[in-house]
Structure formats: C-alpha cells, structure tokens
Design a protein around this ligand. Structure first.
Ligand SMILES: Cc1cc2nc3c(=O)[nH]c(=O)nc-3n(C[C@H](O)[C@H](O)[C@H](O)COP(=O)(O)OP(=O)(O)OC[C@H]3O[C@@H](n4cnc5c(N)ncnc54)[C@H](O)[C@@H]3O)c2cc1C
Length: 483
C-alpha cells in the first residue's frame, strides 16, 4: 500500500473532532458498587480485544459506561486470527463491508485505506489482505484509545455476593478482579475449542495439527501432507503447505462433490441480523440448520491458489473411518480407500461443547442449551445445534433450572460465534458486529440503570441545580405592566 502519512493524520484529527461533537468519552453515569470488603468493582470486564471486544469497548465508552477493563490473552497487535493462525491471503468478505464503525463513517476500513492511497488503488484492491485488516484493527484501537490489557488470560469465574470474581493470569502472575458484568468476546474457538475427530485420540500430537494451531510449515518441506476438510481453512492450509514445498498435498472431504455455495453470504443483510433474534425458535433453528447442513464452499480465490500445483489432489467422498500410525507415518482409512502421509492438518472446524471450555466448565451444567428447551422438527434434527447456548436478549446465559443460578448466569454475556443460533452472526463476523455491539451495550445500559434506579431516584430528589436564579423576573414585573 502506498503510504500517505499526512492523510492518516488528517483522518485521525477528523475522527477526534467527530468524537468531540458526540461528547466522547461520555461522562460516566453508572452508580458504582463495591465488593464485600469495600473493594473496587468494575461495571464490565470484557475478555477479548479482537474486533468484537473493541466494538463493545467503543460502545460502552460512548454510552457513558466507563468503568470497564478489557483483557486479551494475545500479544499486542496480534489479537484474533489475522496474523497468527489465519492462512488465507485475503479476507473472505468483500472490501466494502463497513466493519466495526458503530455509526462513524470515518472509522471504516474504506475510510482508513482510502486516506492512504489514491482512488485507483482503492478500486484496484480486490479483497483486503489479512495483514492489512490487522493493521486497520491496530489503528482502530489506537485512534479510539481502547485500553486493552494484553497477555492476560481469564482462567476462572466465581460468583460472589451478586458480583463475579475473575481470576486472570497475567505477565506478573495471577490476580483477581471483581465485576458486575462479564462479556466474553473470546472468538471462534471459545465454546469448546476445536473439533478433532475421535479417531485421532491416540495419534501422537507431533503427527497432526488443527488449522487453529500454529504450524511449522517449513518443516513440511518434502513431506506428504494430508488435509482433512473441504471448507475455507482446510483449503488455505493446503495452499500454505504447497507454498512451503510439501512433496504432495491431499485434501480429503466427506462430500461427494466439491461444495460450491456459501449460504451464509446470503443472510448478512441488516433485516436478518437485526430481526433474527425475534423469530420463533423453530424458525431460527430452520435458518441455521439449513445454512450449516449445506456444506460451506471455500472462496474461489482460495481454490484457485491451489491450481498451479500438480502435486495437489482432492479426494471427495472420503470421510475418515479410521487412523493408523506406523513408523511415524499416518494412514487415513477413508470411505474410498487409504492414504498415507507424514503429517495431517485438520480443517475440521470448531466444537460446540461448553464442558470443554475451561472458564465455563465449573457451571456448564447449569447453563440452558437449545437441547434443554427445544425439540427440533423431524425434518431437521441436529445434535450439534442442540448444544448451542440458548441466550437472553442481551446475550446473557440463562439457567437450565429456574431459580438455581440466575445470580451468576445473568451477569455473563457471551459475545462470540456460539451466539449464532440465538442471535445470528452479530458477535463474530464483520457484517454483523455493529448490530451485535449495539444490542449488547443497550442491554447493559438498561440493566445498570434499572439496578441503580433507587439511587438515580434519590439523585432526582436531591437535585437542586437551579435553572433560574430568581433575579430574571419578579412578581410585579411585566413588559406590559399587567402581571
Ligand atoms: C481464519 C479465519 C478467517 C476469517 N475470515 C473472515 C472474513 O473474511 N470475514 C468475516 O466477516 N469474518 C471472518 N472470520 C470470522 C470473524 O470475523 C473472525 O473470527 C474475527 O476474528 C472475530 O472477531 P472476535 O473479536 O469475535 O474474535 P477474535 O478476533 O478471535 O478475538 C478474540 C480474542 O479473545 C482473546 N481470548 C480468547 N480467550 C481468552 C481468555 N480466556 N482470556 C483472555 N483473552 C481471550 C483472544 O486472544 C483473541 O484475541 C474469519 C475467522 C477465521 C478464524
């Protein structure tokens, strides 16, 4: 990208001016609470400083909810998958999607990018390189001054007298914070980790990796690599292995034909993203069930990236039945025969299994899931969808058994991809992030006000800032002389 530093400086100045016109940061209005021993209590702790966590932080600050902290396990500037485990060359979504602007046109990717290049360069940009998207997110953090505390990992959540005690592991050891609300903006793999087929449970770890892990691709030079899965991440990982000199790469997919559609692209419009939550359960289930059961195609660009490699092979109809390991080589027995390789990459997606999520495992049994309260229609059963959490209007967990855990669950707001069955993709993908962050911040604002209503009413009773000083008009004064 041709750098135009002065353009960026001017844009930042403009954004600061626009924020000033919005009285940003808005003065805090939330009534403070203290812990059982008089400790400081946060109003909100946000876990995750990726795109979703940052949009929430911006929304809270605009709303006048300023007593929050935001923690991220990753290194500064590397939050989310973009420069760590993502292996596509460019974003999968179109460049014109506005992203986490929260109503400010100057905050969009387009605004940031166009400020630094001429019109021709913008028009010529096909899709956004993933490193450029990360650069944009770093700038977003910088220009909004979002106070992310990096290298801090949430380990444990404990309820305590109406608040939550969080145990966090940071660079200087573990520490605790108390908070009234917890937002888990923890990304794609944070509701049970990744999906690893059972047949891999005895395979030595040095012989396989999931696409969500860091992989030493240089070590795959000259090796025979087997990639399992037919969606975008499997295809991108196959490409990177080939680009690093793998001798052969075989991509194995269950589907009899290469999937050609991505149905989710057709349900990213505002009406769907805003209105989906308000549908009857069966209708929500039918939308998601259809989207997921049609296998999701990899982007065309990712498939074309493989074209130049004669040592790349696709095997359709090749579901894995069994895995054997012999002399440090892995044999995958499939519906269509066996294939042997030196290393396997699993592009098998993400698990939905709350019991496997460390910080939620202690009270996973108390959280309401779809399978606890909804019976799917006979024509669209799904065990996996049944394991999604059934969330309230502000993304809060609900209790499985009424009256048992509302003190804990109602204070935890899930804001990652596992909200999709309840709320649509408004807390995971670029098109929905504004809608999701707005909905969450509204819910928090309403909760803080209603919880503090007594104190706010006292404030109203005590209010004595006079509008008039008494010298403006006296009885007897009259412009017409008739008062
Ligand atoms: C490979 C890949 C490509 C994608 N491409 C696109 C695309 O082109 N277009 C699109 O719209 N969407 C895309 N997505 C989906 C989505 O936009 C991304 O997943 C995006 O990163 C979601 O943002 P997020 O803030 O929810 O999660 P993330 O960006 O993943 O951020 C979550 C953060 O939470 C932190 N965290 C997690 N657990 C803890 C913990 N216990 N304690 C502290 N911190 C924690 C992590 O360190 C991470 O930084 C893609 C996803 C992937 C995986």
């Amino acid at each position: 990208m041709k750098q135009e530093k002065s353009g960026l400086v001017a844009l930042e100045r403009q954004i600061r001016r626009e924020l000033k016109y919005l009285n940003y940061p808005t003065e805090n209005w939330v009534k403070p609470v203290t812990g059982p021993k008089g400790e400081t209590v946060l109003d909100v702790a946000v876990i995750g400083g990726g795109m979703c966590g940052m949009a929430v932080a911006f929304g809270l600050t605009r709303e006048g909810i300023s007593n929050f902290r935001i923690f991220d396990a990753g290194d500064e500037g590397c939050e989310g998958p973009w420069v760590t485990t993502a292996r596509m060359r460019t974003l999968r979504s179109p460049k014109r999607l506005p992203g986490p602007h929260m109503g400010l046109p100057s905050l969009t990717f387009q605004s940031w990018y166009r400020t630094q290049v001429d019109d021709e360069t913008w028009e010529a940009l096909d899709h956004i390189p993933r490193e450029t998207w990360m650069e944009y997110l770093r700038w977003y953090r910088h220009v909004l001054n979002i106070p992310i505390e990096n290298n801090n990992t949430l380990k444990k959540i404990t309820p305590e007298s109406g608040i939550l005690r969080l145990r966090i592991a940071g660079p200087e050891g573990e520490f605790e914070v108390l908070t009234r609300r917890l937002v888990l903006a923890t990304g794609r793999a944070a509701f049970g980790g990744v999906r690893v087929p059972d047949v891999f449970k005895d395979v030595p770890k040095e012989l396989y990796a999931h696409t969500e892990e860091m992989i030493d691709f240089a070590a795959l030079k000259g090796k025979n690599v087997l990639v399992v899965g037919g969606a975008a991440s499997a295809v991108d990982n196959a490409a990177v292995a080939l680009e690093h000199g793998a001798r052969e790469v075989h991509l194995l997919m269950r589907s009899e034909t290469i999937p050609r559609l991505n149905k989710f692209k057709s349900i990213a419009y505002a009406g769907f993203l805003r209105g989906y939550y308000f549908l009857e359960d069966e209708m929500r289930w039918r939308f998601l069930h259809h989207g997921l059961s049609e296998r999701v195609a990899a982007p065309r660009r990712s498939m074309l990236r493989l074209k130049e490699y004669p040592n790349f092979h696709i095997h359709t109809g090749s579901g894995i039945r069994n895995v054997k390991v012999e002399a440090q080589r892995v044999t995958l027995e499939t519906d269509k025969g066996a294939l042997t390789g030196d290393f396997v990459i699993l592009g098998t997606g993400y698990a939905i299994d709350i019991k496997q999520q460390p910080e939620l495992a202690d009270f996973a049994d108390q959280i309401l899931l779809w399978q606890d309260c909804f019976t799917p229609p006979a024509d669209c059963p799904s065990d996996e969808l049944g394991r999604f959490p059934y969330l309230g209007p502000g993304f809060e967990f609900l209790e499985k058994e009424a009256g048992t855990a509302s003190h804990l669950l109602g204070q935890i707001h899930l804001f990652n991809a596992a909200t999709t069955l309840s709320h649509a993709a408004v807390s995971s993908d670029i098109p929905g992030v504004n809608i999701g962050a707005d909905r969450l911040v509204n819910a928090l604002s309403i909760q803080f006000f209603t919880e503090g209503a007594d104190a706010h009413l006292e404030d109203l009773y005590a209010y004595d800032d006079p509008e008039l000083l008494g010298d403006e008009w006296r009885v007897g004064d009259s412009a017409t002389g008739h008062v």
